[in-house]
Design a protein around this ligand. Structure first.
Ligand code: ADP
Ligand code: MG
Length: 693
């Protein structure tokens, strides 16, 4: 059965008299018939036609025939309305028109006229009935229950509803075979896809709760299921890299050499993770593994070992970092470790330009470069590898799914190792990648001390000066973090400059600063001076948040700590405590901050454990929010929007169930049964990927 009709232009659902608004409608609802069907209401409204007013009708939308008694014009003002006093039978009602010019009302609301109006009835504290900005009822105004859809200027509820209604007629004229297995329909009491859409767009009962009903849940399941199907199909299509079978066991010379020269002993968990990775690489399907480990747990070295292993298998590797500073840090570190092995490494960021860039591209495409470190610049380039076999994605949550895929496509089904310091719930991982394998590092390297964390009021800032002096005298380093002021790069900059000036008075050239207005070269310069010990105090915004590793930095001072989220505070704190030296984190906060902010600061002073912090963060944020935030890496869905912990639980359940069915479908070769579901919920995927294997 073909669903072509759903891909037709939305124009086919627009009544002739709304045609002029085609482009507005498209910008609001979407381009296709399908988009209209999946345009979800955000509320519901019940309208009653009445002949007498009563208290029970307060807060309801009513249609009433009124007689205009008198009009009181205020000067046209934003605050004072025009008041039209009317009667409904023997009861008076005031119609308040805010932001109306008198001429708009003339002719309709003249004294003595009888008008049919529609609007929400309210009551004042002294018992007068009022309706604010009522509309004149038209032939289209009917009593009943109707949806409230998100709107934009120029598009009313009537327009949206009429488009959706036409789309529904088209849908119901096609005969869609059920794609969900009976088992699922029974388990969750789901109705058919068409039935559910009809119920959503033509609601029947007034207490119909929007997000908590089986109709909406069915669509939500469909959308998650389509996603899981797409993930499983892509996975099955990733066949074994050709070269792996040709190359026998690697010699492991490079790896052995590196391990013996390391200045430390790998922990047992690091070794376990490394072994899991190499085992994956010997299998017939490409690896996709997620390496989870708290900040400072030593993930980078595992990535380096994995890359050397891949090089011995004959591959090139790429390691992707979210910021240029981090990419350069990786480059330096890897260079240090592979020194003398003859492995060729290179970097690509937006700052490699002209001839240098051309040369890099050549070395990558000819296969001379074995390890390429890069930022986002890796994607938007004509960069081609000869034989890309392993992609490492550091701080994976900083990259979108699309970007990850783009890099994977540069190789022939390369192995992927994603690394994250933010603990991600299993179901979230599933919705992003399907059921991928994970390795976790829970221990810190041996000898690490807990970071001593103290909270102090902003008023005691001066006491820190002496402490910083002592740290500098010991040859250690200090980060001073100023808050990032949202939407204002200028203010961030001012914060940093002010703090720099203040500290400069005490420490002269020992202090340096880093902020968003600097060029990448300047930033790099500042950072190099800090690492090499030319400077000892670095005032910065949160640019240093991710992954920076300066082992003799032992103090981090976070100014206005109350403005940061828990996860971010933990990430920032992780910049110190990277050696056996005792480290400190000072949280400077404004004592008049909110209770929740104080709770966050308290948790930070109580624990160093990233997993506990993530849990507490969830509690403080009220559960549901995790999904909504960008930080969690979770994307938005079309048919639902998680707002409560209960909904989240339901979604988790759907993810697990649909993952199981999707896997089965791929195993049994029955994915074609679900083609319509993919067509509707994953149209781009359906267009680009052949379902047959
Ligand atoms: P993250 O997991 O946050 O990326 P890094 O890989 O940057 O952490 O490691 C943090 C620091 O710990 C680095 O300086 C690294 O050299 C060091 N390190 C890694 N593994 C060990 C270990 N087993 N023993 C001691 N130090 C280690
Ligand atoms: Mg790291």
């Amino acid at each position: 059965m073909s669903l072509e009709i759903l891909n037709a232009d939305i124009e086919t659902c627009i009544e002739p008299f709304y045609k002029k608004r085609l482009s507005l409608i498209k910008s609001l609802v979407g381009n296709k018939v399908l988009d209209a069907l999946l345009y979800m209401p955000t509320g519901i409204i019940e309208t009653l036609e009445i002949s007498t007013l009563s208290k029970e009708l307060v807060n309801k939308n009513i249609i009433a025939t009124v007689k205009v008694e008198f009009i009181e014009y205020a000067f046209f003002s934003k605050t004072r309305p025009i008041t039209v006093t009317c009667s409904v039978g023997n009861t008076q009602v005031e119609l308040l028109f805010f932001n109306y010019k008198p001429c708009y009302l003339k002719g309709t609301f003249d004294v003595g006229k009888i008008v049919k109006i529609v609007g929400k009835l309210s009551i004042t504290h002294n018992g007068r009935y009022q309706i604010v900005n009522p509309k004149k009822a038209t032939f289209k105004t009917k009593q009943g229950i109707s949806n409230v859809y998100p709107l934009r200027t120029g598009i009313t509820q009537y327009v949206v509803t009429s488009v959706i209604n036409l789309a529904l007629t088209k849908l119901c004229n096609t005969n869609i075979t059920e794609w969900l297995p009976q088992e699922i329909l029974d388990k969750y009491n789901f109705y058919s896809f068409c039935g559910s859409l009809l119920a959503i767009h033509k609601p029947q009962i007034s207490n119909f709760s929007l997000l908590n009903n089986v109709y909406r849940q069915r669509l939500c399941f469909d959308e998650i299921f389509a996603e899981q199907l797409a993930i499983q199909i892509s996975k099955a299509k990733r066949i074994k890299p050709i070269h792996a079978s040709e190359i026998q066991k690697p010699s492991r010379e490079l790896v052995k050499q590196l391990i013996t020269t390391l200045p430390f002993k790998l922990t047992s968990e690091q070794l376990k993770a490394y072994n899991e990775i190499t085992l994956d690489m010997s299998k017939t399907t490409p690896m996709h593994r997620l390496l989870q480990g708290d900040v400072g747990s030593g993930k980078t070295i595992i990535a380096i070992l994995a890359m050397l292993h891949a090089i011995e298998l004959g591959y090139q590797c790429a390691i992707l970092a979210p910021t240029e500073i981090l990419a350069r840090q990786h480059l330096k570190l890897i260079q240090k470790y592979i020194d003398g092995t003859g492995v060729n490494i290179s970097i690509i960021t937006s700052n490699e330009k002209g001839r240098a860039r051309k040369q890099i591209l050549e070395c990558v495409s000819s296969g001379i470069t074995k390890i390429l470190v890069g930022t986002h610049a890796i994607f938007n380039d004509k960069l081609a590898f000869k034989n890309l076999g392993l992609v490492v994605v550091d701080e994976q949550h900083r990259f979108g799914v699309g970007q990850r895929l783009a890099l994977i496509e540069k190789g022939e089904n390369p192995h992927i190792l994603s690394m994250t310091a933010t603990p991600i719930p299993r179901t979230t991982i599933m919705s992003m990648y399907g059921d991928i394998d994970t390795s976790s590092i829970t221990q810190k390297p041996i000898g690490r001390k807990n970071i001593v964390t103290k909270a102090i009021g902003m008023d005691r800032i001066a006491t820190l000066i002496e402490a910083i002096r002592r740290i500098i005298d010991k040859g250690q380093k200090v980060y001073w973090i100023c808050p990032l002021i949202e939407d204002s790069e200028k203010l961030d900059y001012t914060c940093v400059i002010e703090r720099f000036d203040y500290l400069f008075k005490h420490f002269n050239n020992e202090v340096d600063m880093l902020h968003g207005k600097m060029s990448t070269e300047e930033k790099r310069d500042v950072f190099d001076k800090f690492i090499s010990g030319k400077t000892h105090v670095l005032v910065s915004t949160t640019v240093i948040e991710v992954g920076i590793d300066v082992s003799d930095a032992t103090v981090i001072i976070i100014e206005n700590a109350e403005k940061f989220g828990l996860a971010q505070l933990h990430q920032l704190r992780g910049r110190v405590g990277r050696s056996e030296l005792q480290s400190y984190c000072m949280l400077l906060y404004d004592k008049s901050c909110s209770h929740v902010a104080k709770q966050r600061i308290k948790i930070m002073t109580q624990t160093n454990d990233g997993f506990i912090i993530a849990e507490e963060d969830l509690k403080l944020r009220g559960g549901g929010e995790v999904y909504g935030t960008k930080q969690s890496g979770h994307k938005q869905y079309k048919t639902f929007n998680i707002t409560s912990a209960m909904e989240q639980e339901l979604i988790n359940e759907y993810i697990i169930t649909s993952n199981r069915i999707a896997k089965l479908a791929v195993q049994n070769g029955s994915v074609e049964l679900y083609e319509n579901c993919l067509k509707i919920f994953k149209p781009e995927f359906h267009e680009n990927v052949k379902l047959s294997f």
